[in-house]
Design a protein around this ligand. Structure first.
Ligand SMILES: NC(=O)c1ccc[n+]([C@@H]2O[C@H](COP(=O)([O-])OP(=O)(O)OC[C@H]3O[C@@H](n4cnc5c(N)ncnc54)[C@H](O)[C@@H]3O)[C@@H](O)[C@H]2O)c1
Ligand SMILES: [Zn+2]
Length: 355
């Protein structure tokens, strides 16, 4: 076991560590993070066979395992009910701990079940996709989709610990790795121009799964997310910048139907639409486009049609008083949430989805 870094998410009494390293699964000592012996591990039919056995070495011997079907289409209230049923059936008490072993879908479902059961039990994230390691496992947002929109039902419930074993990325399909890189690029674009430059220089190594490059990208992404979350845990303001590219991205995901484009792919095209709406200079726009393309991600939206995109965006949670709001860039590395945008430019940006 080799820990490469530990980052603290600073939230007063709810603070917790993000531990990043290699060989952690199975060897890391979880004892301090449990209140009692009751433990429910939530995984899925893909990740379970790969990593459950190793994970169980660090869990109480009679932990209950729930294996979910794989896929975003299962991120529903019905699946949460299944997890809750297992907690009830195993007579888990208030001291129980829910452990999520998997990608963002498993983490969001397990976290929401942990938030609901007895009004909240302890929760540990063991993310196994790059996207989950750099984004969804950190910050306490949990929840599921509704037919009418993504992540419409949810709760804030911070984990006790985020345990990131970078070795798990060895089995991650390339397409999923690239989707995770979209969120990594996002952090550079919204808050850290230096990191953006590092990504430009190291994208090839990341795609080759160079362990040191991946560990650094995960660490820096988690540091940046932890900073923003510590400032604004419940998204009253600044945390919204983490949604850069997501208003367009969610509209792409919703319009195509879940599973057609991966979340990260939709966010990649969405970031370029948001950057264009930001009216940053041609040079910065081109840099973002080049980096997105270097990561093997789409820089243009699919042919959904401007009308349909707009309708999907109006459903987005950032719509306040029927006014669309966007996370826009003042320049690369500097984002803010605003309802002050150029409406005719929005029409032109949306028109990109016409063909
Ligand atoms: N809570 C948040 O703050 C937050 C932030 C961003 C995204 N999300 C959510 O996260 C979800 C996307 O997460 P994701 O991209 O991790 O998708 P995912 O959980 O569907 O995982 C992608 C695929 O990879 C498989 N997989 C996972 N780990 C693997 C491994 N190590 N080896 C091989 N296969 C593996 C999964 O079974 C799945 O088939 C979306 O639902 C999104 O809304 C939540
Ligand atoms: Zn995202």
């Amino acid at each position: 076991m080799a820990i490469s870094s530990t980052i603290t998410v600073d939230l007063g009494a709810r603070s917790y560590p993000i531990v990043i390293g290699s060989g952690l699964l199975g060897d890391f000592d979880l004892a301090n993070y449990f209140n009692g012996p009751d433990c429910l591990v939530v995984s899925n039919e893909t990740v379970g066979p790969l990593y459950l056995k190793a994970a169980q070495k660090m869990l109480p011997p009679d932990s209950v395992v729930v294996s979910l079907p794989d896929g975003e289409e299962h991120k529903t209230l019905e699946t949460v009910a299944r997890v809750l049923d297992e907690l009830v059936a195993s007579h888990a008490n208030r001291d129980a701990t829910v452990v999520a072993l998997g990608g963002g879908v498993v983490g969001d479902i397990a976290g929401f079940a942990a938030a609901c059961y007895m009004r909240g039990v302890a929760f540990i994230q063991v993310p196994t996709t790059l996207l989950a390691q750099v984004d969804s496992s950190v910050g306490g947002k949990t929840g599921v989709n509704h037919e009418q929109g993504k992540n419409l039902i949810g709760a804030f419930h911070q984990p006790r610990l985020v345990l990131i074993d970078t070795d798990t990325l060895s089995t991650l399909p390339d397409r999923e790795l690239k989707a995770g890189l979209a969120e990594v690029i996002k952090y550079g674009a919204i808050t850290d121009l230096e990191f953006f430059g590092w990504l430009e220089a190291n994208m090839g190594e990341l795609l080759r799964k160079n362990p040191d490059a991946l560990a650094y990208a995960i660490q820096r992404s988690c540091e940046l997310k932890a900073e923003v979350v510590a400032e604004d845990e419940r998204e009253a303001g600044r945390r919204a910048i983490l949604n850069f590219g997501h208003t367009f991205g969610h509209a792409i995901e919703n319009s195509l139907g879940y599973g057609e484009w991966l979340h990260g792919e939709a966010v990649a095209a969405g970031m370029l639409m948001a950057a264009e709406l930001s009216n940053i200079g041609e040079g910065d726009l081109k840099r973002l486009q080049n980096l997105v393309e270097a990561a093997g991600l789409p820089a243009c939206p699919p042919a959904i049609g401007a009308q349909k995109m707009l309708a999907a965006m109006v459903m987005d949670k950032k719509v306040q008083a029927k006014q669309l709001r966007f996370v826009l860039l003042r320049s690369l590395g500097d984002a803010h949430l605003t309802s002050d945008y150029d409406a005719s430019l929005l029409d032109r940006v949306l028109a990109k989805s016409n063909s």
